[in-house]
Design a protein around this ligand. Sequence first.
Ligand SMILES: Nc1nc2c(ncn2[C@@H]2O[C@H](COP(=O)(O)OP(=O)(O)OP(=O)(O)O)[C@@H](O)[C@H]2O)c(=O)[nH]1
Ligand SMILES: [Mg+2]
Length: 396
Amino acid sequence: MVATIEQIRWPDSQYLVGEGKLEEIAKLAKERGAIKLIFNNRLKSKQAYNIAKKTGLEAIDRFQLILEVFTHRASTTEAKLQIRLARVRYEVAHAKEKVRLARLGEQPGFRGLGAYEVDIYYEAVKRQINSIRDKLKKIKKKRSLHRMRRKELGFSSVSLAGYTYAGKSTLFNLLAKESVPTGEGLFTTLSTTTRFVELSGERVLLTDTVGFIERLPVDLMDAFRSTLEETTFSDLILLVVDAGEPLQTIQRKISICFDTIEKIGAYGIPLVVALNKIDLLSESEVQQRTEILREITSNIIPVSALENRNINALKQQLSKFLKNRVRAKISLPVSDETLSFVSWIFSQANVKCVEYEADQVKVTFEAVSNFANNVLGRMKDIGGSLIELSDQEYGS
Ligand SMILES: Nc1nc2c(ncn2[C@@H]2O[C@H](COP(=O)(O)OP(=O)(O)OP(=O)(O)O)[C@@H](O)[C@H]2O)c(=O)[nH]1
Ligand SMILES: [Mg+2]
């Protein structure tokens, strides 16, 4: 990045920024040798075209920038397909506007196509979208079979989560004695990797996955939903937070992570926070930050993945959470809400038995105690009741 310019005003329909501002930007870009203009707000195709014509530089917006980074990073088939899906969907959304502009003669013909060819183009794109979706579905199915198999075998699972660049993969490599790529900038990881790790003598499954970011564009959020959703199938979330940033940034990013966790439907899953990169701070700073952040979330363990510091304490905390399993039997009134509630329990807990009776459903499940508490809370909300609860330790 060679320069940043800010303007506060209503978006200009021609150039997004004001014309005078654009001239200033063009001059600065030339002085500093910029090769591209990146706009934080969404750019319409017409605006991008006008800006490029006026400045001689390519203009992209935040979505396109993130897409470029993702494209550059994608190494697995799934990540590549998800990006293609996001790209095609984005293109279709803009195609309509391009067609309109072409008809108005404001922009050269849309891919040089007439009205008839435009219809053919839409058809082709629709087919392309469907074919990508089919391929993604197959990958998702395969993953879900793997997951079911693991569940049958009774292993607990932990998912790494956190803002991009927080150090998830570094921690994953340390815990799983692996070597997935780390630290080549933002979004180094775009798909999931699962490995066994040993926690206090017990084997559990640890999954590394894609990082979160503020205002992740909807198309990308949709395209990456199945990767993001992997987190919802775990018994515990290990949220990695970069402690080296200013306190306000840390707090903002934690709150974005909480929002994202809720959005992907992983709410209610117990959470342990690894306050990472403490090697960048003094001891008193670490203490101070840990205390302040404890007010937002209670289970915080300061660590350094890079320098292997305090990792045993983290492991102990994780295994404490996972060991603490309970078995509960609940009764629920029959309703639409109950059905979706039961399928939610299915996706999160080890369901042992479901009995359907005339006007109620009885569900027996095993889960870590924090999760079981969440189930019991929601159960009350929909008018259910607890039949039996035992908190002896069940095998993980
Ligand atoms: N100083 C310091 N740097 C760390 C630590 N852990 C990770 N890093 C660095 O932080 C950067 C990002 O690390 P990654 O492990 O790739 O982060 P990530 O969360 O997996 O990032 P994405 O996959 O891009 O979302 C790398 O340069 C790491 O070397 C740590 O404990 N201390
Ligand atoms: Mg990573």
